[in-house]
Design a protein around this ligand. Structure first.
Ligand code: ADP
Ligand code: MG
Length: 693
């Protein structure tokens, strides 16, 4: 850990030290920007108000304007809830200035009748009356200079008005030192980017809408700084992991035998990914690899063959899944093919108790079992391995960094193989998985019938249920996914309960319900009922893990599909189409559909390629709605935008790699400046800036 360079101290001072930030404001500012002066300095305005000089006679409602008015009369509120009003005028007419809050006699003292005031605000018109509620500025003519014709508008939060944020941000800017240049000079001039200090100044003094765009030179430079700092952090972490010696696991004939015994041939993508994994395992350096591919692309089988190599080397592997149900399914998939090669596997979950559990722990400790499959239970303190060499983490975004590390901590230098069924676009791969090597399973095993996807307006819900009734009578099974109503699991669960109730009335008792608020055992029981076919229609909220394999399920109904992200819809659709029967996915939407909504549903109808869908999803979101991205582990950038700056992401990754290859200890002049950059952004492994002062 390097010391923070002294030159950065002013930026790492607490924001509470800025003028005007008292104990009341400090927590609000922290919530909005962060706890440090640096955080405010990087908080740029979102928009620009351009005020027009206007007369009352030609005032345009809704637009920011600047009037010169004579105060005419003060009209105290005419009852509770009524505004305090000032009547004012110029040569062209009357206008009322209204205060719903903060009005009172002090206004009469500040703005006496007969005085002239420069008043800024957005007028509104009710019938013939023109008014401004809460003028933005109201000053005597000699202070006209205080009212900017162009004003940058800062993000705000309850209790902190944009103008207060602006004042604090400018104060933070004033404390920002000139820093040594860490960017390559040729690159800077090619991009036409200013120095860091100047870029920061431009961030806070936009003169036009164009300067607010993420591609404006100042903003682009700051975004690139952020991306480069992040890429450097990830690249050096990756280099550090690589530098650790790890057991050499050779490609084994045991794994070849397991592969030959499979009832199918590996896809090209599986062969490629497996050879990438084997190159890592055989290198003597620690592997940190992610395999990403759609549900059903064959990740588990690929991982299983790597486990066979590890077992052949007389070492152990552990496969960790986020839920009990998934762990169980993995175990069922792996146990027999491994046992056929003489490899013993155990399943370990939170459910194991007493003697049975003790026996499993013994098998792992003694090394008699070479493979452990399980949940979080795998990294609990009592679990000890004989010689753990490979940790496989399924749905890795569902686990925290520390959980991954705890599992890896069960051995001396454990190789990591992460699996993800959330394909993400290549550009984002660099930001989400920059500290991992990535293999892509971008080819589906042959012989799958594509899922027929249709968008249906909710007005035709009745028909959908009728068709479902017929299908279920013929032995089909269906998922019915309930809308995300709120951020609250309770509300979502209630909506799902209601839907299940309605469907039960129409379809009979074979309608099951599963949601996030049910106890695990109950969820498992419902799920088992669905797997065994006793439940025909499974109503579920998305918080529930439906990542289980139910080959007989051939219908997926998604209510309020317009509220889901593309990638999420794709994930859900992936739950059907796994068996022999032709499958259907019905996307129920609330009409009318927006243009973007239509584009999203059309994309889904037209393709089944998770990588392509992820790419489209990103473009359609335009980087605006980052919720889905955050869920897939996208870092919490403050200056960089995944869409607007996507070309810079690649450049920053290349830059970081080159720098570290040439100057691993960052000792050259540029290297030293880059140390300042790294300290300035101070990336933490979880994916955000460190904010400790
Ligand atoms: P994932 O973990 O990516 O969702 P799995 O490894 O569970 O995918 O594979 C999904 C299904 O496809 C399993 O039933 C598996 O046996 C089968 N499968 C895997 N690879 C192939 C292949 N190359 N050809 C045919 N079927 C395959
Ligand atoms: Mg899987």
């Amino acid at each position: 850990m390097r010391m923070r360079p002294e030159i950065l101290f002013p930026l790492f001072a607490p924001a509470s030290g800025l003028k005007g930030v008292g104990p009341k404001l400090a927590p609000l500012v922290e919530k909005l920007a962060g706890p440090l002066v640096r955080d405010l300095a990087f908080l740029g305005p979102q928009s620009l108000i351009a005020r027009r000089l206007a007369n009352v006679g030609d005032a345009v409602p809704g637009e920011p304007q600047l009037f010169t008015l004579q105060i005419n009369a003060h009209l105290p509120p005419q009852g509770p809830g009524r505004p305090y009003r000032i009547r004012a005028q110029d040569d062209t007419g009357f206008i009322f200035l209204n205060w719903f809050k903060g009005g009172g006699p002090h206004l009469a003292r500040q703005h006496p009748v007969g005085s002239t005031r420069i008043v800024a605000g957005k007028p509104e018109r009710f019938n013939t009356e023109l008014s401004i509620a809460h003028p933005e500025y109201m000053v005597p003519p000699e202070k006209a200079g205080d009212v900017p014709l162009k004003e940058a508008v800062y993000p705000a939060t309850a209790g902190v008005a944009p103008r207060i944020v602006r004042k604090l941000a400018l104060e933070a800017l004033a404390r920002a030192p000139h820093l040594p240049e860490w960017q390559d000079a040729a690159w800077l001039s090619r991009q036409g980017w200013p120095s860091w200090r100047e870029a920061l100044e431009r961030l806070h003094s936009p003169h036009s809408e164009a300067e607010l765009l993420p591609t404006a030179p100042g903003r682009a430079r700051l975004a690139y700084d952020e991306l480069l700092a992040h890429q450097l952090a990830m690249a050096s972490r990756k280099a550090a992991v690589r530098a650790e010696p790890a057991p050499v696991i050779p490609h084994s004939s045991l794994a070849d035998a397991a592969e030959a015994a499979l009832p199918f041939a590996l896809t090209g993508a599986q062969v490629r990914s497996l050879s990438e994994i084997r190159a890592d395992l055989g290198s003597g350096q620690r592997m940190s690899r992610l395999v990403q591919g759609d549900v059903g692309s064959g990740k588990t089988v690929t991982a299983m063959l790597a486990m066979a190599d590890v077992a052949a080397a007389n070492r152990q592997s552990a496969l960790m899944a986020p839920t009990e149900i998934l762990a169980r399914q993995h175990f069922e998939t792996l146990e027999k093919p491994l046992a056929d090669q003489g490899i013993r596997a155990v399943l370990l979950t939170g459910r194991d108790k007493g003697a049975a559990r003790a026996e499993k722990l013994r098998l792992l400790y003694s090394g008699e079992a070479s493979v452990a499959v399980g949940t979080h239970a795998l990294f609990q303190d009592e679990v000890a391995f004989h010689d753990l060499a490979l940790a496989i983490v399924d749905e890795q975004h569902r686990f925290g960094v520390s959980e991954r590390q705890r599992l890896q901590g069960k051995g001396a230098a454990v190789h990591l193989l992460a699996l993800s069924a959330t394909p993400i676009p290549r550009t984002l791969e660099l930001t989400v998985y920059g500290d991992l090597d990535v293999s892509r399973l971008d080819e589906k095993p042959p012989g799958r019938t594509p899922v027929v996807t249709r968008a249906v307006p909710t007005t035709r819900l009745g028909e959908v249920v009728e068709r479902l009734r017929t299908a279920v009578a013929g032995g089909a099974q269906a998922f019915w996914i309930c809308p995300l109503v709120a951020e609250s699991e309770l509300i979502d669960a209630t909506a799902a309960e209601e839907r299940a109730g309605v469907l039960r009335q129409m379809l009979g008792p074979a309608v099951g319900l599963i949601h996030g608020r049910m106890p695990a055992a109950e969820k498992d029981a419902v799920m088992a009922g669905f797997v065994e076919g006793r439940v025909s229609v499974l109503v579920a909220t998305t918080v529930v893990e439906v990542g289980v394999n139910v080959p007989n399920a051939s219908i997926m109904v998604i209510e309020h599909a317009e509220r889901f992200g593309l990638a999420q819809l794709h994930q859900l659709r992936g739950r059907v189409g796994r068996g022999a029967a032709a499958s259907t996915c019905l996307l129920l939407y609330d009409p009318p559909l927006s243009a973007a909504g239509t584009a999203r549903l059309e994309t889904l109808r037209d393709t089944d390629d998770g990588f392509l869908i992820a790419e489209k999803d990103l473009m359609l979101r335009g980087g605006g709605d980052l919720m889905g991205l955050k869920q897939s582990g996208f870092p919490d950038y403050r200056l960089a935008d995944p869409v607007a700056h996507r070309e810079l992401i690649q450049a920053a990754a290349d830059d970081a790699r080159l720098v570290l290859a040439r100057d691993p200890k960052l000792e050259s002049p540029r290297g030293k400046a880059l140390q300042v950059l790294s300290a300035l952004f101070d990336w933490k492994p979880g994916g955000g800036w460190n904010s400790a002062g």
